[in-house]
Design a protein around this ligand. Structure first.
Ligand SMILES: [Mg+2]
Length: 304
């Protein structure tokens, strides 16, 4: 993917020359003559880096930097001809990644852009690692609670449905005891892929605990979550595992579904999904249970 750079300067010549230079070295470049125009462009498309002048009519470059860092996932490099008026510290304080003096030497700016892009890439890799479960490549449980909190907040604001699916592998301890933890890990890794493959675009899956998985389904009622659960359950039981010292083994999962009730605590929402999953276990495993309210008796709503 090509890197996009946005150049913001009230000087026509600088804009023109800088755009030409950026395109020569292989970047996509756009220009804006003032801050508002820059913000409009940022609303429309993604730019990895904004290079902005400080002294401009209207909103100045430092203010623009602050707004960009608040609203967009974009790096900012500020440039100024008045080295006495603005300090590097001030620019960094507003969220700028770097600072260059005017007249800008293009080769120097290019090196700074490359460094900023390198750091951005590294930071994104680290962010991804911090929320990913290494074995299943699904999100980890820390990320689960952050995302669920965000989704519950959104549900409260817009009064939209939100469902949660909790899934546990049946007799997984036995599998580990029989074939060893390495073979067990292979199952978890494959399951991660299977779950990911079975989701809709807006759903997100997490490794909740050892052999427990959760799936957050925004804009989804518990009833609408059922087909997703059915798909996952089918896909998993259709797979065959060949552990060392074992034959061809298939596994099953027990699932629980709950829908968020406005006003309830996040932990109660999770507990109900957990309880629904537990009911699936109780009813003989390899099934889906939907639990809309806490008081539903154990034999209600079982989906084989
Ligand atoms: Mg200027």
């Amino acid at each position: 993917m090509e890197t996009s750079i946005l150049i913001v300067d009230d000087d026509d010549t600088i804009r023109y020359l800088m755009k030409e230079f950026m395109e020569t070295v292989g970047y996509q470049a756009e220009t804006a003559a003032e801050a508002q125009e820059a913000l409009r462009l940022l609303e429309e498309r993604i730019f990895e880096v904004v290079v902005t002048d400080i002294m401009m009519p209207g909103m100045d470059g430092l203010e623009l930097t602050e707004v960009i860092k608040e609203r967009f996932d974009t790096e900012v490099i500020v440039m100024t001809g008045y080295s006495g008026d603005y300090s590097y510290e001030e620019a960094v304080d507003k969220g700028a990644s770097d600072f260059v003096f005017k007249p800008v030497r293009f080769e120097e700016l290019l090196l700074r852009i490359k460094r900023v892009l390198r750091e951005r890439h590294l930071r994104k890799e680290l962010q991804k690692l911090a929320i990913t479960d290494g074995l299943t490549k699904l999100f980890n449980s820390r990320h689960f609670y952050n995302q669920l909190e965000m989704e519950v907040e959104r549900t409260r604001r817009h009064d939209h449905p939100l469902s949660l699916l909790l899934m546990d592998i049946d007799h997984f301890k036995q599998y580990n005891d029989l074939y060893g933890h390495l073979e067990g890990d292979k199952v978890l890794a494959k399951l991660g892929k299977t779950v990911q493959y079975s989701l809709r675009r807006t759903d997100s899956a997490y490794r909740y605990g050892g052999e427990e998985f959760t799936i957050i389904l925004p804009e989804t009622t518990a009833k609408e979550a059922v087909p997703v659960a059915v798909r996952i359950k089918k896909q998993i039981s259709a797979r065959t595992f060949y552990p060392e010292n074992g034959g061809a083994i298939t596994i099953t999962v027990s699932l629980g579904i709950s829908q968020y009730q406005i006003g309830e605590k996040l932990s109660d929402f999770v507990k109900r999904a957990d309880k629904a999953m537990f009911l699936s276990k109780q009813k003989g495993r390899n099934r889906i249970t939907l639990l809309l309210e806490d008081e539903v008796p154990p034999d209600q709503n079982p989906i084989p």
